[in-house]
Write a protein that binds this ligand. Structure first.
Ligand code: BMP
Length: 235
């Protein structure tokens, strides 16, 4: 299991359809120092299989590979070990869970990943504008806190927070920091969903990574787009 060695980085969300597109994306960005790793999702994983995708990325770089099931951890407890063994046998370093189904599923899936040596990254509030109940969504604030509380109690120290909701993210960051020492945050929603690195710099603490998909892979020059965003991390 490899962890991102930098305190702040850009993680590229590889939500593309073709394996050739993934290869071009990795080839053009892997040497950018601020790129901390690659996040794979269901599109490539279902079409091609994770072991081959990890092998392809490994032709270019040893940077960590994160698997985001979009959204994992929403099933029953006994399938957690199946998921975790699938991750470890494919060489995945981190797996993202949004454990919305129940506390027992959350615990089983987190423990299963830990047993397999795959780092769990837990999210509970999404970037969608209608996520929270007061904005028309399904979930109350208490649900979000409870998911983070359970994860913290299980030793999780890596969390997902929404980059495009800086006020809520600051509040949740403080809440998590009251339970976990020196946590690491992953922030999707930079770029296409309105999140800005400059705002995150004032809201986040020592260790955080921006997750960026379309603003990099849809750009005419993904390497330059990643470098530019990476440069903003140090400003
Ligand atoms: P983009 O930068 O193109 O908006 O992509 C965002 C990525 O982050 C996608 O892979 C998506 O699945 C993920 N994501 C998100 O957008 N919102 C969340 O709340 C949680 C996510 O993992």
């Amino acid at each position: 299991m490899t962890l991102i060695p930098r305190d702040r980085s850009i993680v590229i969300a590889c939500d593309v359809l073709e394996i050739g597109s993934l290869e071009r994306l990795v080839a053009s960005t892997h040497s950018v120092p601020a790129v901390g790793g690659y996040k794979l999702g269901f599109s490539l994983a279902l079409r091609y299989g994770l072991p081959g995708l990890v092998a392809l990325i490994r032709k270019y770089t040893q940077k960590p590979v994160i698997y985001d099931h979009q959204k994992g951890g929403t099933d029953v407890p006994h399938t957690g070990p199946l998921f975790a063994k699938t991750m470890s046998s494919a060489g995945i370093d981190y797996a993202i869970l949004f454990p919305f189904s129940s506390p027992s599923t959350e615990e089983a899936w987190i423990r299963a990943l830990q047993d397999e040596g795959v780092t769990p990254v837990v999210g509970a509030m999404m970037t969608t504008h209608d996520f929270m109940a007061e904005s028309g969504g399904f979930f109350s604030r208490g649900v979000v806190s409870r998911i983070f509380h359970i994860a913290s109690g299980l030793g999780v120290d890596q969390f997902v927070l929404p980059a495009n909701k800086p006020e809520q993210t600051l509040e949740l960051r403080r809440e998590i920091e009251s339970m976990v020492s020196d946590p690491v945050f992953f922030l999707p929603g930079v770029g296409a969903q309105g999140g800005e690195i400059s705002k995150l710099l004032s809201v986040m603490g020592r260790r955080w990574h921006g997750i960026v998909g379309r603003a990099i892979y849809d750009s005419a020059d993904p390497g330059s787009a990643a470098s530019r965003l990476g440069g903003e991390l140090d400003s």
